[in-house]
Design a protein around this ligand. Structure first.
Ligand code: G1P
Length: 278
């Protein structure tokens, strides 16, 4: 079966980005020319997906407005680029009723997804090159759920879902177990879930059976742990760049890295940074 739909959860609080996110969604925070979530929608588009469901919630209306076709009197290059994508894709929205965790948010995609495998892209994470495109290629070979991971330093495992797995070919691992935000002394590895997944629709049944976990929230990682007892699941080691915009340091780093590589302002930025007395 083909992966034709994407789900983008964008319902979480932006606590780590306060006060920037006091009155705007964290997914609307800008990175150089565009808000984070635009990069995420572009990733889905560039991975061949044309139906996207964004799961929003309280205080997230700006996201819906951003994906309206523009009616600005003089659209610039970036607006036109987005308009072109919007001609080709359909974006649907659903609101999470209560913030009960990522697993609970994904549950809202059930009727949109129906009975197909789908891509899941966290709305506050940017990847280059598009990680989803690579995951879809792995899915085509293994025809079951696959989740992107990256190596993180051991002191950071408690910030992520972590997988225990064994390598089956270069960069592809069979998952043995998953644990959400383990302590450093209980972690089975340093392979962290980075926010890009291809999931089979069986995940919805597993979410329904998932009890509140870390932070008293319904965790997607816990639902995937149940899924892993029912069907094989794989992890894919993503070697590209990934920025978690839900955290100020990574957000600033993303701005600097993408700005110095940017066609329009890159050269000036590089010169500016060179002249900074650091
Ligand atoms: C979520 C997931 C976690 C994953 C992380 C990636 O956590 O629960 O498994 O590793 O995203 O960013 P959050 O960052 O929302 O706390």
């Amino acid at each position: 079966m083909k992966v034709e739909k994407a789900v983008i959860p964008a319902a979480g609080y932006g606590t780590r980005m306060l006060p920037i996110t006091k009155a705007q969604p964290k997914e609307m925070v800008p990175v150089v020319h565009k808000p984070v979530i635009q990069y995420v929608v572009e990733e889905a588009y560039n991975s061949g997906i044309r139906d996207v469901l964004i799961i929003t919630g309280k205080g997230k209306r700006a996201i819906e407005d951003h994906f309206d076709r523009s009616d600005v009197p003089k659209p610039n290059h970036y607006v036109t680029e987005l308009d072109k994508i919007l001609e080709e894709i359909d974006i649907f929205f659903v609101r999470q009723k209560e913030q009960k965790g990522l697993g609970d948010a994904v549950r809202y995609a059930e009727s949109f997804i129906d009975d197909e495998p789908f891509a899941l892209l966290l709305g506050d994470t940017i990847t280059f090159p598009p990680c989803t495109k690579e995951l879809i290629q792995v899915y085509r070979r293994y025809k079951t759920s696959v989740v992107a991971v990256e190596e993180v330093p051991l002191e950071k495992v408690s910030l992520y879902g972590i997988v225990a797995c064994k390598e089956v070919e270069e960069s592809v691992y069979l998952i043995e177990d998953l644990i959400e935000k383990p302590n450093v002394d209980e972690t089975p590895s340093n392979l962290a879930i980075l926010g890009r997944y291809i999931l089979t629709p069986e995940i919805f049944e597993c979410i329904k059976e998932t009890k509140p976990g870390k932070g008293n929230e319904i965790q997607l990682t816990d639902a995937m742990k149940i899924l892993n007892t029912r069907e094989r699941m794989y992890a894919y080691l993503f070697e590209g760049k990934r920025y978690d915009i839900g955290n100020k340091l990574d957000w600033l780093k993303a701005n600097i890295e993408l700005a110095i590589g940017d066609e329009e302002i890159g050269e000036t930025m590089r010169e500016f940074i060179r002249l900074l007395e650091v």
